[in-house]
Design a protein around this ligand. Structure first.
Ligand code: F6P
Length: 337
């Protein structure tokens, strides 16, 4: 049965990503423009459990489109994984009269949303949920792009450009660890953008000799006197990799772990624009009773995918980019001349 949507909740959950604020703003303003109330749930699913919320108005979401982090705070919730936690969260939904929730985050956030909506049906409460993909890892199966990725790439590139200046001056090797516990998208895009000597990603099994030592040797033969090795967090400790390079090649690498700096900062135009469109489409999907769904990007277009389907989707890692990186660095100097 069609449901008239009167009040929507919005929350951010999991690791924050630049552009989340732009998504919150878009959800709130689209809803308010349609005469729907918008409630900001604070601290992710925990906020729904503990009734931690604020009313969002057009002006309360002003001047946040340009800000990193999330106005609503974020968290990971263990309690929300339990039926008792879901029931507490539903009690808040009832208290607030929420017809729908827009959850901005990653796969874990969407799984939580789906569990909540299923539990709601079991107890006879109608609740739509819509997901907006946001993570600097860009590792959500259903969406080509996730909010925050572009900003994180640009932040890492800016840092590495600075490192390169000093590495070049001292003719050193730099080992830089970028985020990505399970995914190498960030490392690969960043590596390609800085012209790294080698990039190590979890999707490509590491052969130390082939993937690092040989590449540094080739670069050296090609006349390079500084080397940039970009390591995705999921591959292992950059410090250990630095030590192994020292033993194998006899150089003394400097190791930099970029860490959480990659999650902060003003979102790029791409992240603001994507977040604004996704927020708008999420509310539109709810209003047309299309929840439960995820708003995703497919070849630059916005698509609305049924949430259960979306959670089953997997992404094929773009190994072609890895090959391009290899072709463009001087690793293949002998072949390309
Ligand atoms: O948000 C994704 C991510 O940044 C991963 O790349 C990283 O492994 C993880 O979050 C770290 O999360 P936290 O420090 O918040 O536990």
């Amino acid at each position: 049965m069609e449901q008239k949507v009167k009040r929507i909740g919005v929350l951010t959950s999991g690791g924050d990503a630049p552009g989340m604020n732009a998504a919150i703003r878009a959800v709130a303003r689209t809803a308010l423009g349609l005469g729907i109330d918008c409630i900001g749930i604070r601290r992710g699913w925990n906020g729904l459990i503990s009734s931690d919320f604020i009313k969002l108005t057009t002006s309360s979401v002003s001047h946040i489109i340009n800000r990193g982090g999330t106005l609503l705070y974020t968290a990971r919730s263990e309690e929300f994984r339990t039926t008792a936690g879901l029931d507490k969260a539903l009690a808040t939904c009832k208290l607030l009269g929420l017809d729908a929730i827009v959850a901005v985050g990653g796969d874990g956030t969407f799984r939580g949303a789906l569990d909540l909506s299923r539990r709601a049906s079991e107890v006879g409460y109608q609740l739509q949920v819509a997901g907006i993909p946001a993570t600097i890892d860009n590792d959500i199966g259903c969406s080509n792009y996730t909010i925050g990725f572009d900003t994180a790439c640009n932040t890492a590139v800016e840092c590495i450009d600075k490192l390169r200046d000093t590495m070049q001056s001292h003719e050193r090797c730099s080992v830089v660890e970028v985020m990505g516990r399970h995914a190498g998208y960030l490392a690969l895009y960043v590596g390609l953008s800085v012209g790294a000597t080698a990039v190590l990603i979890p999707e490509h099994e590491l052969d130390f000799e082939r993937d690092i030592v040989e590449k540094i040797r080739r670069a050296r033969l090609a006349g390079t006197t500084h080397y940039m090795v970009v390591v995705a967090e999921g591959v292992g400790s950059a410090i250990e990799i630095g030590d192994r390079i020292h033993e194998a090649v006899g150089i003394d690498p400097r190791v930099t772990v970029l860490g959480h700096i990659q999650r902060g900062g003003a979102p790029t135009a791409r992240d603001r624009e994507t977040a604004s469109r996704m927020g708008y489409e999420a509310v539109k999907a709810i209003v047309s009773n299309q929840g439960n769904c995820v708003v995703a990007t497919k070849e630059g277009r916005m698509v609305v995918i049924e949430m259960e389907e979306a959670l089953k989707m997997t992404k094929t890692f773009e190994m072609d980019r890895y090959r391009i990186l290899e072709a463009l660095t001087n690793n293949n100097y002998a072949e390309i001349g």
